[in-house]
Design a protein around this ligand. Structure first.
Ligand SMILES: NC(=O)c1ccc[n+]([C@@H]2O[C@H](COP(=O)([O-])OP(=O)(O)OC[C@H]3O[C@@H](n4cnc5c(N)ncnc54)[C@H](OP(=O)(O)O)[C@@H]3O)[C@@H](O)[C@H]2O)c1
Length: 203
């Protein structure tokens, strides 16, 4: 599958690396494809990974993973516009401290025919780089539009090494965003540290 990862920092770099290792073709959409840190990232990836402008990357992938700072996503949505339409779009960005942490509303406004998902937003990136603790795979709770695209996203979460738990459609956005606050409260407020995951137990 062709995946465009917008942003090549902690989240984008970690997810892109994992997907390329799993056999996907990854293109990072970045502001400077020749920046030394982008080149270092590409050098450390085994598999099919390239970097290009955000505009080029938007045309590249069937799946668009957004991994830029939350406050930048509204402007990104305005610029990307119809280039997102018809694609499967995953929003990992957090607008911390805002009433609504996700940017799905702004994204959907410019691309009403895209399928949207909220995933990779509610755990620290270290847990995407090392998705297992002991013998347990960390759960990734996510939500988004039902249908074929949901099965694709489910598979992509698996490909990172996490255990996907689909919580439902976009009406579940507040739940998925609350988990970010729960994770941060435990990691930073209660001193558990960033290497923690959440687990659903079921018979
Ligand atoms: N870090 C975590 O553990 C974590 C966990 C869950 C969710 N998140 C969310 O994921 C998103 C990314 O976090 P991160 O930790 O990966 O951040 P990061 O390491 O700072 O990386 C941010 C990336 O976004 C790019 N970028 C910044 N502003 C941009 C803009 N206006 N247009 C296009 N690209 C831009 C940066 O490129 P330049 O090099 O050009 O600046 C960089 O590649 C954030 O919204 C964060 O809330 C983070």
């Amino acid at each position: 599958m062709k995946i465009s990862v917008i942003g090549a920092g902690s989240i984008g770099g970690t997810l892109g690396k994992a997907w390329a290792a799993a056999g996907h073709a990854v293109q990072f959409g970045v502001r400077d494809a020749n920046a030394p840190k982008v080149q270092r990232l590409l050098d450390g990836i085994s598999g099919d990974a390239t970097a290009a402008s955000v505009e080029s990357a938007l045309a590249y992938g069937d799946v668009i993973q957004i991994a830029i700072p939350g406050p930048a996503v509204a402007e990104f949505a305005r610029t990307a516009g119809a280039a997102l339409d018809g694609k499967t779009v995953i929003d990992a960005s957090n607008r911390m401290g805002q009433a609504e942490m996700n940017s799905i509303g702004a994204l959907r406004a410019v691309a009403p025919n895209a399928r949207f998902f909220r995933a990779f937003n509610n755990l620290g990136w270290e847990n995407f780089a090392q998705p297992q603790i002991g013998s347990e795979r960390i759960d990734l709770f996510y939500c988004g539009d039902a249908g074929d695209a949901q099965r694709t996203v489910h598979g992509l979460i698996n490909d990172v090494g996490l255990n996907p738990v689909y919580v439902g459609g976009l009406d579940k956005l507040p739940l998925i965003d609350m988990l970010t606050l729960l994770w941060a409260s435990l990691a930073h407020g209660q001193g558990y540290g960033r290497r923690i995951g959440l687990k659903l137990l079921a018979p």
